[in-house]
Write a protein that binds this ligand. Structure first.
Ligand code: ATP
Ligand code: MG
Length: 397
C-alpha cells in the first residue's frame, strides 16, 4: 500500500475570476494571512500550493482547520488523507474512512473529481469507488441527492485526496487586499457586523468609537471594546486598532443651547462622520463604514442618511443598508459579537421623537451655533488607542 498522510486542504473562491497576476498576488496574501494566524497560535505547519488548492501539513490538524476556517478568501476547509494516485490505494482509503462513519441502513454518495483529462472520468471514478464501498459495508443505499453520508475524492497530479467533511469558511477576499477603512464601532449589534463584512471583502480596519461619557450608559464603551476584541479573532496574527474619542461636549452643547431634541440624532451622526473624516488621512483609510440600515430607526430614513453623508466629502459605506434585523443578528451570532457585553447600553441623549426628515439648512445652523468645528477638534485632541490581537487586548494608551 502507498504512503498516506493527513493534511488540511483549503479551497478559495472568487480568486478564480482574477487574472493570473492578481491571482498570484491574492494567493500570496492568503498564504501570508494563514501563516500569521497559525504562527500566532504557535502551530507548526508547511504549505503546498497545487493549482486551485492550498495544502497545509502540521501536527494539530483539527486546530489548524479551525483557525483557517476564519480566514477571508477561503470557501471551505477539509481534513483529508493524501494517498498515491493508484486507484487501489484511493479505494482502500475511501473504504477505511467510510467504514468509520457509514453504517448498515444508511445512504451515501461519492463525489469524485479528477484533474487529468485521460483515463476514467470523474463520474466513472465516483461509481467505481462507490461500488467498492457498497461491496464492503452491508445494506447501504446510494442517494446522490440527499445522502446521509458524503465522501469526497479528488485525484490530482500529485496523488489522491480523500475526505468526508467540509467546514465552511467565510469566503470574500483575502484580508489586506482592498485598503483600509475607518469603521464606526458602537456597543450595538449592527456595527460589528458592518465592520466584519468590510473585513470579509479584504479591507483592513481601524475602529472608531465615540465615548459620550455621562450621556451614555456606563457599559457602552466597554461593550464597544469587547466587540473590537472579538472582531480581532477574524484577522488573527494581525493587530486591530481602535481609536476612542470623547464626545461628551457635543451633547453638553446641544443641551445648553437648547438645540431642538428632535435634531439630536442627525447632528450626532454627522458629528461622528466629521471626526471619522478628520482621522481618515492619519489612519490611511479610504472610506468610512457604519452599521446604518435603511429605516431601522428614525435617524436612518433615506432623507436623514443623505443629510448625514453631507457632513463629509469622503465615501460613506453602509454594508447593512438593506439587511433585515434578523439577517444581521444571524451573522452577529456566527461572528461571535451578538450580545458581547450586555449591561447599561442606553443613550441618554436620544429624544422621544427624532426627526425623520431633518432639514439640512436647520441642521447646519444648529451646528454653527454650537461651534461644531471646535467640538470636533476637542474630541480629536485626547483620543485613546486600544489594540486587539488574537482576541486579546494587547495595548491601551
Ligand atoms: P449599532 O447600529 O452598531 O447596533 P446602535 O444601534 O447603538 O449601534 P445607531 O444609532 O443605530 O447605533 O447608530 C448607527 C451607526 O452609527 C452604528 O451602526 C455605528 O456605525 C455608528 N455609531 C453609533 N454609536 C456609535 C458610537 N458611540 N461610536 C462610534 N460609532 C457609533
Ligand atoms: Mg443600529
Amino acid at each position: 500500500m502507498g504512503s498516506r498522510e493527513k493534511l488540511v486542504m483549503v479551497r478559495y473562491g472568487e480568486l478564480f475570476l482574477k487574472s493570473e497576476s492578481v491571482k498570484h498576488h491574492f494567493i500570496g496574501m492568503l498564504l501570508r494571512n494563514i501563516g500569521k494566524a497559525l504562527s500566532a497560535s504557535a502551530l507548526s505547519y508547511h504549505f503546498e500550493t497545487p493549482r486551485g488548492r492550498i495544502l497545509i501539513y502540521g501536527d494539530q490538524l483539527e486546530k489548524i482547520a479551525d483557525i483557517v476556517s476564519r480566514i477571508f478568501g477561503l470557501v471551505d476547509v477539509s481534513i483529508c488523507t493524501r494517498t498515491s494516485s493508484v486507484l487501489d490505494d484511493i479505494c482502500t482509503e475511501a473504504i477505511s474512512l467510510a467504514s468509520a462513519n457509514l453504517h448498515a441502513g444508511m445512504s451515501f454518495a461519492v463525489r469524485a473529481k479528477r484533474q487529468q483529462k485521460t483515463g476514467l472520468n470523474s463520474q466513472e471514478l465516483g461509481t467505481l469507488i462507490g461500488s467498492a464501498i457498497y461491496d464492503h459495508i452491508p445494506d447501504l443505499k446510494v442517494d446522490l441527492d440527499h445522502p446521509d453520508y458524503e465522501l469526497f475524492v479528488e485525484v490530482r497530479n500529485f496523488g489522491g485526496l480523500v475526505y468526508d467533511s467540509r467546514i465552511a469558511a467565510p469566503g470574500g477576499l483575502p484580508w489586506g487586499t482592498q485598503g483600509r477603512v475607518l469603521a464606526l464601532l458602537s456597543s450595538g449589534i449592527d456595527s460589528p457586523v458592518a465592520s466584519w463584512l468590510m473585513m470579509k471583502r479584504g479591507c483592513e480596519i481601524t475602529h472608531l468609537h465615540l465615548d459620550a461619557g455621562r450621556w451614555a450608559g456606563k457599559d457602552v464603551t466597554l461593550a464597544a471594546i469587547e466587540n473590537h476584541r472579538r472582531l480581532s479573532r477574524w484577522c488573527t496574527g494581525n493587530p486591530l486598532s481602535m481609536v476612542i474619542a470623547n464626545s461628551e461636549l457635543l451633547y453638553d452643547r446641544m443641551d445648553q443651547l437648547r438645540i431642538p431634541p428632535r435634531y439630536r440624532c442627525v447632528i450626532c451622526k454627522r458629528f461622528m462622520q466629521r471626526v471619522a473624516g478628520k482621522l481618515m488621512e492619519k489612519e490611511g483609510a479610504l472610506a468610512v463604514v457604519t452599521g446604518e440600515n435603511l429605516g431601522q430607526v428614525a435617524s436612518q430614513t433615506l432623507a436623514n442618511l443623505s443629510v448625514i453623508s453631507e457632513a463629509v466629502t469622503v465615501p460613506v459605506l453602509r454594508p447593512l443598508i438593506t439587511y433585515d434585523k434578523e439577517e444581521t443578528i444571524t451573522l452577529a451570532r456566527m461572528i461571535g459579537t451578538f450580545d458581547a457585553h450586555p449591561g447599561d447600553l442606553a443613550c441618554r441623549a436620544v429624544p422621544s421623537m427624532p426627526a425623520t426628515a431633518a432639514v439640512l439648512k436647520t441642521v447646519t445652523e444648529c451646528e454653527q451655533k454650537m461651534g461644531i468645528d471646535e467640538i470636533v477638534a476637542t474630541a480629536l485632541s485626547g483620543v485613546r488607542f486600544v489594540t486587539a490581537l488574537n482576541c486579546g487586548i494587547v495595548k491601551e494608551s
